[in-house]
Design a protein around this ligand. Sequence first.
Ligand code: PLP
Length: 299
Amino acid sequence: MEAPLQQLHSPLWEEQGITLWVKREDLLHPTISGNKWRKLKYNLQQAKRLQHSTLLTFGGAYSNHIAAVAAAGEEFGFRTIGIIRGEEHLPLNPTLSFASSAGMKLHYISREAYRHKSDPVYLVQLAEQFGNPYIIPEGGTNALAVKGCTEIVTDIPIDYDYICCASGTGGTISGIIAGLEGEKQVLGFLALKGGEFLKEEIEQLIDRYNGQRYHNWQLITDYHFGGYAKVKPELLDFMRDFQKEHQLPLEPVYTGKMFFGLVDLIRQGYFPRGSRIVAVHTGGLQGNAGFKERLGIVV
Ligand SMILES: *Cc1c(COP(=O)(O)O)cnc(C)c1O
């Protein structure tokens, strides 16, 4: 399994002396995609060590994490249970259909009940109900996930100045920041509204992982396009052109928004001349089938 670096060429940045690479984490694994593989790695080891036979986790109906846990369970010999936000819709959408065919048992709960997904009392209740599974939080984000994501940066063999990623729960950027130990600049492009909340969350995740506090990172909050999984024609047009120009597959929830934001920042002159930038492709391409089915959008 490898996540190679792909250099992207365009007059837009090359005229500014900027070099841009993509770290292709989307190529790490065919079904346990990108950052979700990084986040699961040490959780799977921990689940084995503690002799759990079942993994239980949480997600929305199109969740990349749900798909990844289902695939990981099948590959590494765990039963899997997905606690899915909202009502069941049949036929299953492409994400849940995939998860189900990988053996995941889907358990639907109301949006109201889903809000309790991190309450200790609710987790104890779930543990009793489902026979003591290893519980992985929504999006896979916990201290072991942060540890796994530090390997995104230890796996980059070149020197650079900036590293960019898309951020949802903040687990991935926490690992990148911790892995860099204060070196370079880290930019997280928010896939959702609510940057202030996430900033604290990231600080806590890093603190829980290694007790450190770093200042070489920033959240970019201007490119969420109305909120999580929301799209606009401007975003889709950008993605279509960008994919064609660079032969790079994107999806609209995370990586499309990150590249839109990154190109916009380059255009605005945000990066000093000569900057070397690595953009992390966090994967998530399985979600495109759901966009097509739901909105008729071909990405
Ligand atoms: C889950 C996901 C993210 C967000 O990662 P966090 O660790 O939750 O911030 C980014 N990109 C893709 C493709 C994802 O699936």
